[in-house]
Design a protein around this ligand. Structure first.
Ligand code: ADP
Length: 271
């Protein structure tokens, strides 16, 4: 009986090992597929601004050679494509930094209201979208202990997405308020919205929801992944509420300057 018992056990063990091998193989195949898909998308995304950029530069060069006046609109478009390219490359670099140990933060007392106004101005100028982003300044200054460069990246990313995924052109609304120990920023758009079963995955690396696959919206699926890392490293959190066809609101909660000082979050790192 003992002999039969150990044969049954061995068979069950072998079956389990076989199942485990199958699972690992499927996982590895899925990882390779995700990587290959990503490389295809990334190459396409990097090429997209590059082609019009080199065409614009060639035209400007010809005009310069002929002594003709330069068209400011052409220069502006060249800058738009260059900015898009820079953002894509920075997102790729940041992703590999996060994967290999995390982004370095250089926190300092930062006026979030001033930073938001600045990013709104830069974004509207870049997209030729004057007054499309509405922001009512809070009654008093709102400060956090944060890395201004990285926080700017979060705000910029949310605004870029709000504009990109609202093709109807409706207004984007930004709000900022301090509630007790927490600073809450929201970015709301009247755009395409996100299917509810996909919302939990939005902040994962490479994730692009179903809402974009049917339309020609470019992107690498890295922006929100980087945002989540930055916000988490500031001791905060980021989440979304959204409805398909009605729009989305992204929330960013961060500790106030006083709360960060009391908790000593985040720890400054040497430059
Ligand atoms: P990307 O925009 O480059 O695809 P992100 O990481 O910024 O990457 O966003 C991940 C996905 O989340 C997008 O592909 C899109 O499906 C969805 N998403 C993000 N922001 C919005 C928004 N404001 N409205 C609708 N969908 C959004």
């Amino acid at each position: 009986i003992l002999g039969i018992g150990s044969v049954v056990e061995n068979t069950t063990g072998a079956k389990r090992a076989e199942q485990e091998r199958g699972r690992l193989l499927r996982e590895a195949q899925e990882a390779v597929r995700v990587r290959d898909d990503f490389l295809t998308i990334a190459s396409h995304e990097l090429k997209t601004p590059l082609t019009p950029l080199s065409l614009r530069l060639a035209t400007l060069e010809r005009k310069l050679e002929r002594g003709e006046p330069l068209d400011p609109a052409a220069l502006h478009h060249a800058r738009q494509h260059l900015t898009r390219l820079t953002t894509l490359i920075n997102d790729l670099l940041d992703t590999s930094r996060i994967e290999s140990g995390g982004l370095a933060l250089h926190p300092q007392p930062t006026r979030l209201d001033v930073l938001i106004e600045h990013v709104i101005h830069v974004t509207e100028t870049l997209h030729d979208a004057p007054q499309r982003i509405a922001f009512h300044l809070p009654v008093r200054p709102i400060e956090v202990l944060g890395d201004p460069y990285r926080l700017e990246q979060v705000i910029s990313n949310l605004l870029e997405n709000a504009l990109k995924y609202s093709p109807s052109g409706g207004p984007i609304r930004v709000s900022l308020e301090a509630r007790g120990d927490v600073v809450l920023m929201t970015v709301s758009d009247p755009g395409i919205g996100i299917p509810s079963d996909q919302q939990q995955h939005l902040f994962e690396r490479y994730f692009r929801a179903r809402n974009v696959s049917t339309h020609a919206y470019g992107g690498l699926g890295l922006g929100l992944y980087i945002c989540r890392d930055i916000v988490a490293r500031h001791g905060g959190s980021i989440w979304v509420e959204s409805e398909v066809g009605r729009g989305s609101t992204f929330y960013v909660a961060l500790p106030t300057l006083q709360a960060s000082r009391a908790l000593a979050v985040p720890t400054p790192e040497p430059r």
